[in-house]
Design a binder for this molecule. Structure first.
Ligand SMILES: Cc1cc2nc3c(=O)[nH]c(=O)nc-3n(C[C@H](O)[C@H](O)[C@H](O)COP(=O)(O)O)c2cc1C
Length: 334
């Protein structure tokens, strides 16, 4: 492997390649996670859609399928507004239980896809667990960094799922400039070009979601995977209609219908219930399990434009690494 690709991320997490498969609700379950870890990347379970028993089951399945490190991504929802003191945050009971389960099972990596995991960092570290926090702007990067997380993922506007207002090209170097912790780049990265660009910005690796949805092992309906392959760079939209928070999804009849009803959208998490009532089913299950991609929530990023096939996780990881090596080889010749 090109020495540039053996980054601090590999050392920090005990992995071979500087690629993290992003935590994704409904989609990132044991098969995907174990495949990513077995491929030398880090697989991360998306806890968002799982009951406590299901989460425990997925963790144990991953342990049965790999001896490599893996993680769990939790949406660190709180009861109120974020605290001004990064060490104090009151997480909901569900979140608290998910965190306890990760601790009990000694999962090597805990990721927060939302909110600030600072209050649980000391306990995680006592147990030898690394903590990763995903942010969408420099303000939150500074907040989670002050809370002592090990790695900050800077996820730009291009990314699938909940996403902020700042583009990846600006966000990643800006976050590298304002914190001391290592930074991982996310949002719009699907191939070796993205990986090399991330390293050029000062990141130590990448956190990739959408590319892994279009994999054989992702827990998602084929209609959803094939749609990601079909669509171009303008086929996704950042809409609040499914969750109440800005979330990048594939445009469909539901996102179109809500464009003129913006004012009626409830805040998170009330909109989750409202939309499910309107659709007569869970908006996420509709698309991800039942294949009704014309109505349900299909989180996907702008990088869909770079994805042209559904293939195995091992092939995805290999292709990213090979392309990155080829670019680095060409750059060093120039
Ligand atoms: C289908 C899907 C589901 C997601 N669900 C979650 C989630 O439950 N928790 C979370 O922290 N982020 C979630 N995300 C965001 C990803 O963790 C990641 O930050 C994002 O996909 C990176 O951008 P990319 O899609 O351009 O690679 C999701 C993304 C996708 C595509």
């Amino acid at each position: 492997m090109h020495p540039v690709l053996k980054t601090q991320l590999c050392e920090l997490l005990g992995i071979e390649k500087p690629i993290l498969q992003a935590g994704m609700g409904f989609v990132a379950r044991a098969d995907l996670v174990a495949a990513a870890s077995n491929a030398g990347a880090l697989g991360v379970i998306g806890a968002a859609s799982l009951t406590l028993d299901q989460l425990r089951e997925e963790i144990r399945k991953v342990k049965d399928m790999t001896d490599k490190p893996f993680g769990v991504d939790i949406l660190f929802a709180t009861y109120g507004k974020p605290s001004s003191d990064p060490r104090i945050e009151e997480f909901t009971d569900d979140v608290r239980e998910q965190i306890d389960s990760v601790f009990k099972e000694r999962v090597p990596v805990l990721a927060s896809g939302l909110g600030n995991p600072a209050p649980v960092v000391p306990q995680a570290h006592e147990l030898g667990i690394k903590v990763i926090a995903v942010v969408g702007n420099t303000k939150n990067a500074k907040r989670v960094a002050a809370g002592g997380v090990d790695i900050v993922v800077a996820q730009g506007y291009d990314g699938g799922g909940h996403t902020g207002r700042v583009g990846t090209f600006t966000l990643v170097p800006a976050v590298c400039d304002v914190i001391n912790q290592p930074v991982v780049a996310a949002g719009g990265i699907a191939d070796g070009r993205g990986l090399v660009a991330a390293l050029a910005f000062g990141a130590i690796g990448v956190w990739i979601g959408t590319r892994f949805v279009a994999s054989k092992e992702a827990f998602a309906h084929m209609n959803y995977k094939n749609k990601i392959v079909e669509i171009d760079d303008e086929a996704t939209v950042r809409s609040r209609c499914f969750t109440g928070k800005p979330c990048r999804v594939i445009k469909n009849a539901t996102t179109a219908a809500w464009e003129s009803r913006e004012a009626e959208i409830e805040p998170f998490p009330l909109q989750l219930m409202k939309i499910s009532e309107e659709l007569g089913d869970n908006a996420f299950e509709l698309a991800r399990l039942h294949g009704k991609i014309d109505l349900g929530s299909c989180a996907a990023g702008q990088s869909s434009a770079l994805i042209h096939d559904v293939k195995s996780v091992a092939d995805i990881v290999d292709d990213i690494m090979n392309e990155a090596e080829e670019i680095l080889r060409k750059l060093s010749v120039a």
